[in-house]
Design a protein around this ligand. Structure first.
Ligand code: NAP
Length: 306
């Protein structure tokens, strides 16, 4: 039986695994560094069909995993550090289980939160700097904190953080939000949220933990210190293509490119689904849908080529 390996365990990877296992292909899923993917850092998911009352992100992912497991998927808590896709079987070096071979590969490695890249921001990650409000918001009870970004994530995180924080500043580099109207309105209506427009964070202050931010007003070209104890980044994501980027066609932002109307990548036998190849929709349901497509594409390709 051809060996099929799925990389990633978010909605795309788990749906691909479900379909592949139901096709008796007994896939192996390398779960990656964040098993369950981005939804495990979310609370209520209200837009995944089939759950009229909503479902918590981690529970949704546990259910998807159990469903794939039921039909014979093997899960391995590991990540790929190097890949050789020059010939089949493909060779994958992982951080814990050594080398793995695959006749077909489904890449569903998702995307990771972006940081500003400031030295002190990096140093204070986990000590007041976070890219996951739902994971860390609880630790900021009664405190003043800041969120950077102007998209839906920034609005969602800022609104969520007001459950804990005394005040949430939203620092945005422009005077207009990118977020959808409904999310904007919700944030504007929240008395605990204050917007700081046309501004960027140039430094994060504090020794052992965040004690403030240096915020530069881009219009006035002036800087000031903002007294906050937490900084949440919500400035988008970068696709996780590390070991594959050199082998597979990708766009200038690193997202894997698939053939129109398919999940086929530039290498035969390698399929991509979910956020690692999606620059537009990036939803759990679209990721799951593309995981299904990848499994069907993979199954048909295996039938034709083996
Ligand atoms: P996004 O829409 O790409 O927004 C990123 C924001 O960060 C933008 O406002 C951008 O500013 C800002 N930004 C980017 N790089 C920056 C930098 N270096 N310094 C300062 N600011 C920076 O990302 P997102 O909010 O994560 O959303 C991604 C996708 O998921 C979207 O399609 C969104 O609709 C969706 N989403 C939906 C929901 C929901 O419906 N519940 C929740 C979250 C996300 P500019 O505006 O100036 O470019």
């Amino acid at each position: 039986m051809p060996k099929v390996v799925v990389l990633g365990s978010g909605p795309a990877g788990l749906t691909a695994a479900l379909y592949l296992s139901r096709a008796n292909l007994a896939p192996t899923v390398l779960e990656g560094l964040e098993p369950g993917g981005q939804l495990t850092t979310t609370t209520d998911v209200d837009n995944f069909p089939g759950f009229p009352e909503g479902i918590m992100g981690p529970e949704l992912m546990e259910r998807m995993k159990a469903q794939a497991e039921r039909f014979g998927t093997t899960f391995v808590l590991d990540e790929v550090t190097e890949a050789d896709l020059s010939q089949r079987p493909f060779k994958l070096t992982t951080s814990m289980s050594g080398t793995l071979e695959a006749d077909a590969l489904v890449i569903a490695t998702g995307a990771s939160a972006r940081y500003l890249g400031l030295p002190n921001e990096l140093r204070l990650r986990g000590h007041g700097v976070s890219a996951c409000a739902t994971c860390d918001g609880f630790f900021f009870q009664g405190q003043d904190i800041a969120v950077i970004g102007g998209g839906d994530s920034a609005m969602e995180e800022a609104t969520f953080l007001t459950k804990f924080a005394r005040k949430v500043y939203v620092i945005h580099r422009r005077a207009e939000l990118r977020a959808s109207k409904i999310m904007q309105d919700r944030a504007f209506a929240n008395p605990k949220i204050e917007f700081i427009w046309n501004s960027e964070v140039t430094d994060v202050l504090g020794e052992g933990k965040v004690a403030g931010l240096v915020v530069r007003d881009l219009e006035q070209d002036t800087s000031r210190t903002l007294d906050v104890t937490g900084l949440f980044l919500a400035i988008g994501h970068t696709p996780n293509t590390g070991p594959f980027a050199r082998w597979l066609g990708h766009d200038d932002q690193g997202y894997l490119v698939t053939a129109e109307g398919s999940t086929r990548t530039s290498v035969e036998g390698v399929f991509a689904c979910g956020d690692v190849q999606d620059t537009i929709y990036r939803q759990a349901i679209t990721a799951a849908g593309s995981g299904c497509q990848a499994a069907l594409d993979c199954e048909r390709w295996l039938e034709a080529s083996h």
